[in-house]
Design a protein around this ligand. Structure first.
Ligand code: HEM
Length: 400
């Protein structure tokens, strides 16, 4: 067995491409580590990824056989523990959970989502706009997703700080993450309890009332999943795109004149620097030989969306249509991200609205001096400081 490539090391955040090259040198399916002592097969080849993602007879999403081999307090379980939700289910249970989520989100009309995004951006700009400087990760992208999802699921804005704090702590610190997970659980529990007694025009109520009749407990697990699945990668999609746009003359000089659309930058992130870098956790139902590697059952097989993007880009030599969507950053097959269109709308509207309010956003550091958060799963900026002329958007009649 090859030496495992340690995706949990700090070095991975600093130089993911070097780590992807090491994995690829082992073949289409490499041998990595997601945390110290927690090995996984890592797929870095497009053909192998597609073969796996389209074969649910061979591959399962159910991590329970693997979980029995893992210490109960292992922090990796936060991202990989079985729950009765769409992500960790196979077959009919998967279809049932996924259907309810897709149907609920389909009731959020694009014009309505656009307005919710604008409102959330306006709230944040009115907070940091007067200062003339901000960290676009902690002052904008992360609280923005908390505001948007808190609102979509049916709570007043005053509750979004709770969600934001819990999410931030779960991601940041091992010390406070158990406490933060409890707080997050309380937030969702109270949300469901409230909507059980009083329905509204919101995702939680639509999930509770769906004709497939999920129990309140099942709805709770779909909400827990969706808030996490939506918050973290979308915040990173927006911050990664902003970091490509600002200071880059190809975008920046044309941003306000409208000739180079923000969508190009968002699609560029999906092609080169996808925010969910390694996930797609699968398990062989029984041991098998797969693309030249003997894969044991109950050991995770992870799809490296980041490596797939990197090698596709290397092969294309930087030549492609700006709207090339052949990347696999939304995954593929039965578990592919069901909310691509919603996500693209949130990301583009958020960036457009922000840059309309603050057209002179100026990065404090060049892009190659920005740092990235360690961790095997995400591609996520630590911070993204910017300066701009102070703006107070709450004067009456003030519009971007
Ligand atoms: C509105 C924001 C988003 C929501 C609510 C959301 C929700 C979800 C849900 C519920 C699933 C599980 C589907 C299933 O198992 O049937 C999923 C899968 C997935 N999502 Fe999203 N998502 C969002 C944004 C994103 C973003 C920004 C990315 C990154 C490009 C992304 C990438 C993926 C991928 C790769 C999967 C496949 C699951 C896997 O790799 O294990 N999603 N998403």
């Amino acid at each position: 067995m090859a030496t495992p490539v340690r995706l949990w090391e700090d070095g991975f955040a600093a130089d993911p491409h070097g780590y992807y090259e090491l994995l690829r040198s082992q073949g289409p399916v490499g041998w990595g580590e997601l945390a110290p002592g927690i090995p996984a097969y890592v797929v870095t080849d497009r053909r192998a990824a597609l073969d796996l993602l389209h074969d649910s007879e061979t591959w399962s999403h159910d991590p329970r056989p693997w979980e029995t081999t893992i210490a109960e307090d292992s922090p990796i379980l936060g991202m990989m523990r079985w729950r009765p939700n769409t992500l960790w289910s196979d077959g009919p249970a998967h279809i049932r959970y996924r259907r309810t989520l897709v149907d609920a989100f389909s009731l959020v009309e694009p014009h309505d989502l656009r307005e919710r995004v604008h409102r959330a951006v306006d709230i944040l700009v009115s907070r940091f706009g007067p200062a003339g400087h901000a960290d676009l990760v902690s002052d904008f992208c992360r609280p923005l997703m908390a505001l948007i999802f808190n609102n979509l699921f049916g709570l007043p804005d005053s509750e979004s700080a709770r969600l934001d704090d819990a999410m931030a702590q779960m991601i940041e610190g091992a010390e406070t993450s158990a406490q933060a997970e409890l707080e997050y659980g309380r937030y969702v529990f109270e949300l469901i309890a409230l909507k059980m007694t009083r329905r509204g025009d919101d995702l939680t109520s639509w999930l509770l009332d769906h004709p497939l009749r999920l129990t309140p407990e099942e709805v709770t697990w779909q909400v827990v999943l969706t808030l996490g699945a939506g918050h973290e990668p979308t915040a990173n999609l927006v911050s990664n795109a902003l970091s490509r746009i600002l200071g880059n003359p190809a975008y920046y000089t044309t941003l306000t004149s409208g000739s180079r659309p923000v969508m190009d930058a968002v699609l560029e992130v999906l092609r080169y620097e996808t925010p969910l870098a390694n996930y797609g956790v699968h398990f062989a139902r029984k041991a098998l030989s797969f693309h030249g590697v003997w894969v044991r059952a109950a050991v995770p097989v992870v799809i490296s969306y980041g490596a797939l993007a990197y090698f596709a880009e290397k092969e294309a030599g930087g030549v492609h249509h700006p709207h090339d969507a052949s990347h696999l950053s939304w995954s593929a097959g039965a578990h592919a991200c069901p909310l691509k269109q919603h996500t693209l709308l949130i990301a583009t509207e958020a960036i457009e609205r922000l840059t309309q309010w603050l057209p002179d956003l100026d990065p404090v550091l060049p892009r190659d001096q920005l740092t990235w958060r360690p961790g095997p799963f995400h591609r996520s900026l630590t911070s993204f400081p910017v300066r701009f002329a102070p703006r107070i958007p709450d004067q009456s009649g003030d519009r971007p």
